[in-house]
Ligand binder design. Structure first.
Ligand code: G3H
Length: 200
């Protein structure tokens, strides 16, 4: 049966130093995750060593280096989507949440108050991200093959929220942990079964 997997990129250098945005490469633990990803997928499909190179899986990444590196060891067709890039933090790009709270306390408070609608100065809101993902979601629904989307926390919250029919307000806090595969299995009635598969 068709599967849709969502995963964040492996831990990046910026994740390690708690910085948002940027375009940093994977940290060592993220590279370990990237190397385990194929086996995690294969374990979800009953395939032998030979079949695993012919299974129809499309790999969709963002245009950022950390998702491309995470998908690097997957022997499948790859597609890069600008629309899958992480939420743009504008003037806050590259900062830690502590630095944002210190340097831009009003921005920090405004985001805490309404994370869904808050738009970073010269950047995006969750609502903006949800809107720009529309063409990706349309293609995901059209696609017949299994898809693995290697994306980012905010973007995957929006994708997960859409497929699981979550209320808009809940999207900015949905749980999308690092080093975890999110598996969606379409049910005949059009809804989805959903499971977290952690790196063991
Ligand atoms: O900036 C990147 C983060 O992955 C988004 O997380 O929306 O919870 O701040 P946040």
């Amino acid at each position: 049966a068709r599967r849709i997997w969502l995963t964040r990129h492996g831990q990046s250098e910026y994740n390690l130093t708690h910085r948002i945005g940027g375009n940093s490469p994977l940290a060592p633990a993220g590279e370990v995750y990237a190397r385990c990803l194929l086996e995690m997928l294969i374990n979800r499909l009953p395939l032998n060593e030979e079949q695993k190179f012919s299974v129809p899986v499309s790999v969709w990444t963002s245009t950022l280096c950390r998702t491309i590196q995470t998908a690097r060891h997957l022997p499948f067709t790859k597609l890069r989507w600008k629309a899958l890039d992480e939420i743009q933090a504008g003037t806050c790009d590259g900062l830690t949440y502590e630095e944002i709270a210190q340097n831009f306390p009003e921005e920090f408070a405004a985001r805490q108050k309404d994370k869904l609608r808050y738009r970073y100065p010269a950047g995006e809101s969750y609502l903006d991200v949800i809107q720009r993902l529309e063409p990706v979601i349309i293609e995901m629904e059209r696609e017949k093959e299994c898809i693995i989307v290697v994306g980012h926390q905010a973007v995957l919250r929006a994708v997960l929220g859409y497929f699981m029919a979550k209320p808009l307000e809940s999207i900015p806090t949905l749980d999308v942990p690092l080093h975890t595969l999110l598996e969606l299995r379409p049910r005949p009635d059009g809804t989805m079964d959903f499971e977290y598969i952690h790196l063991s």
